[in-house]
Write a protein that binds this ligand. Sequence first.
Ligand code: PRE
Length: 294
Amino acid sequence: MAQKTKVAFLGPVASYSHQATKVAFPDENTHELIPVKTIREVFDTVQARGTEYGVVPFENSTHGPVSMTLEALADRGDELRDVVVCGEVYLGVHHFLLGKKGGRLEDVRRVYSHPQAFGQTGRWMRRFLPGVEMVEVSSTSKAAEIVATGGDEGWAAVAGEMAGREYGLGVLGERIEDRGDNETRFFVVGRKQEKGEGRGKGKNLVSFCVGSHDEPGALAEVLGCFRERGLNLTSINSVPGLREGMRPFEYLFFVEFEGTGQVDEGVRVKGVLEDLESKTKGWRYLGGWESARR
Ligand SMILES: O=C(O)C(=O)C[C@]1(C(=O)O)C=C[C@@H](O)C=C1
């Protein structure tokens, strides 16, 4: 039998990342899904050719960008040169408060979860568990595993229904997210193709540093290039630059924009990348992919 294509995701099993990975790679006969311990490890594994692909959370509709993913994409140490975004998955995210079977909400003293999940359930937590100890761990499924394997009725986890089933926990609170329309967008990451294939599909991601942080309009000038070429921006993020020669509070920007490799738009995408070369103090093309939503 042919070897399966390997895909890394933030584990342990039954995390939201696992669910998103199953959406992106539904065929178990052709793909092997491999849990790793951190988002950074997903990137490292893909770079080191340990797997062909990885799936990472990028942003949540309630709580915003996932900082660990932006940190990896910033790649300040130039350790992830070959990793690019090659797909996206939207996943509806509904959180549950999970405890030992037979436990009660009023006994909960400590709650484990991923910081993103705490950020998406703040209102419910303040209302029903004010002042409770909140312990941040590497994923929601890790939180469920911790509660299943240690502690007592005083411990609970914020995680998905699938994690509750996987780790044999009881439900103390259902759909506790602040907004019913809560969703997370995940990126599928892979390695750059040697022939430059993949430039400018439905959406594209670039990172760059502006020429000068002291002059007005430095960022506006770069963004103007996208406007002039009629390319619609769909997200913008920033992280501390911290590169050689950069001072505190100077930023690395991420811009996501629409544009396909087809005919005219392909020319525009190529053109805007040339603009970045002349207008920025360093930039990187971080991938192009088919948009999952129009
Ligand atoms: O902890 C998990 O289950 C994850 O897959 C991570 C993650 C995230 O970092 O955004 C994924 C989806 C939800 O937004 C909450 C947590």
